[in-house]
Write a protein that binds this ligand. Structure first.
Ligand code: SAM
Length: 289
């Protein structure tokens, strides 16, 4: 078994032959750490998604450094170049347009490749829209599921929506303002209008906005307006034991199975297994009918 171990020995930064993954602001340019500024000033080069975007940040901190464009179109070629630089004792910072690189942004392939070349990867943590929204929502945050942008293909998308409808954990989603209404309608279809949701728009920026309550109310709020800005959604997980809607759909399925000819015991056993709940819960539902 291979064991990868790396000890912290960060007395002088940046170190040679290290790739620094640097978190940058998600809006408010003041959200850049001292450590990040030092790294961006002193690495040999900065790999960034869009040079114009990164220049805005560098200008704010009077940082002049070499930029190398690194995006999904040129990443394969640029990965080889960055590895070459690192092997020649250079240090490289990787930033994205906003937030943490590699979170719905380029970086994953590069990081993997750098590690497989036994070169060092050091993360300078910074803001992430998903985590900022989660902690601002007040919804359960000790266990959650981050799904990023939902897939566009219908079958795959429906699989995710169905997973969200049943999830007991808080769900975090990214969405573009142009597709928000469509997503909210789909979420209501799958989860019911009473499901709790918080929508965060333009986090950390001047027009920062938090619209929250349940899907019915949030849809109502956005219905009549043109939506602009960046959006992150936080959806509360279902409370399995006392969730009315869930019980209703279980009752419906139970009746369908019994009408199709299954005994109460067989139908309960089948549903209990399918929904990962105790058989007695299904029996009790039948008694309520
Ligand atoms: N790497 C970034 C991070 O760490 O959050 C995410 C990049 S992803 C390409 C961009 C998406 O993140 C946006 O479409 C939006 O859903 C979300 N996002 C980014 N900045 C945001 C902000 N200020 N407020 C709300 N959502 C934001």
């Amino acid at each position: 078994m291979n064991i990868n171990s790396s000890l912290s020995h960060r007395s002088k930064e940046p170190e040679n032959s290290a790739l620094y993954i640097v978190g940058t602001p998600i809006g408010n340019l003041n959200d850049l750490s001292f450590r990040a500024i030092n790294i961006l000033k002193n690495v040999s080069l900065i790999a960034c998604e869009d040079t114009r975007q990164t220049l805005k940040l560098l200008n704010r901190y009077e940082i002049t450094n070499t930029l190398l464009s690194f995006n999904m179109h040129n990443s394969q070629n640029r990965i080889s170049k960055i590895i070459h630089e690192l092997k020649n004792q250079k240090s490289v910072a990787l930033v994205s347009d906003a937030g943490m690189p590699s979170i719905c942004d380029p970086g994953e392939d590069l990081i993997k490749k750098v590690k497989s070349n036994e070169l060092e990867v050091i993360c300078i943590p910074g803001p992430c829209a998903a985590i900022t929204a989660l902690v601002s929502s007040g919804l359960p945050s000790s266990s959650f599921i981050f799904m990023g942008f939902l897939p566009k293909k219908k079958t795959e998308r429906n699989k995710f929506l169905s997973e969200i409808s049943k999830s007991e954990k808080t769900i975090l989603l990214y969405e573009s303002p142009y597709r928000l209404k469509k997503l909210l309608i789909e979420l209501r279809e799958h989860c019911g209008g009473e499901r709790e949701i918080q929508v965060f728009r333009e986090l950390t920026k001047i027009h920062e906005e938090n619209v929250g309550n349940n899907l019915n109310m949030v849809l109502n709020f956005f219905e009549a307006q043109e939506i602009k800005g960046e959006i992150t959604l936080v959806i509360k997980g279902v409370e399995m034991q006392d969730e009315e809607l869930n019980n209703l759909s279980l009752k419906k399925e139970l009746i369908e199975l019994i009408n199709a000819g299954l005994s109460l015991s067989a139908a309960s056993r089948y549903l209990a297994k399918k929904k990962s709940v105790k058989k007695s819960i299904i029996y009790n539902l039948y008694e309520d009918l």
